[in-house]
Design a protein around this ligand. Structure first.
Ligand code: AMP
Ligand code: ZN
Length: 144
């Protein structure tokens, strides 16, 4: 396993620090957040040390969405009135505190509890959107 001896979440994966395990696969480990935004708030981490999503091999990322789905269903997401957010912060400015990639699965029971976020929408022109689109497509083609 590609873990880091001094990383908090790597220590949780190794069992050196206790956690409330919710689920695991060969590639990811899921456990309760110690300071939940709402009851059931769970973190999913790859069993591979990396700070941000783009640092993690695809084979580890492949288990994240299916496990997030299982956890959401476990806290009742099959029922229409159970809502939730899936969040992942990359970098300090983006509110990341623990520098081992982790995916939050957060129940949203009320407007005030669970994830509360700003959503500062902008209104670019069609030309601006076209320029951004062209740049991304060019970079994606370059990455194949
Ligand atoms: P982030 O801001 O995305 O880096 O979130 C880090 C999350 O890790 C926070 O929600 C913390 O409550 C949570 N956390 C930190 N230490 C632990 C721990 N030992 N066990 C469980 N969750 C933790
Ligand atoms: Zn780590």
């Amino acid at each position: 396993m590609a873990l880091n001896a001094s990383c908090l979440f790597c220590k949780i994966i190794k069992g050196e620090i206790p956690s409330y395990k919710v689920y695991e696969t060969a590639k990811v480990y899921a456990f309760l957040d110690i300071n939940p935004l709402a009851e059931g708030h769970t973190l999913i981490i790859p069993k591979y040390h990396g700070e941000r999503t783009h640092d993690i091999p695809d084979e580890y990322l492949a288990d994240v969405a299916p496990v997030a789905k299982k956890i959401a269903l476990a806290f009742g997401a099959g029922s229409d009135d159970v809502e939730y957010n899936i969040l992942q912060n990359n970098g300090t400015l983006a509110h990341q505190v623990v520098m081992h990639v982790h995916y939050h699965v957060i129940p949203k029971p009320t407007a005030e509890s669970g994830l509360v976020i700003g959503w500062p929408q902008t209104a670019p022109s069609q030309d601006d959107l076209k320029a951004v689109h062209a740049k991304l497509i060019k970079n994606l083609e370059g990455s194949e």
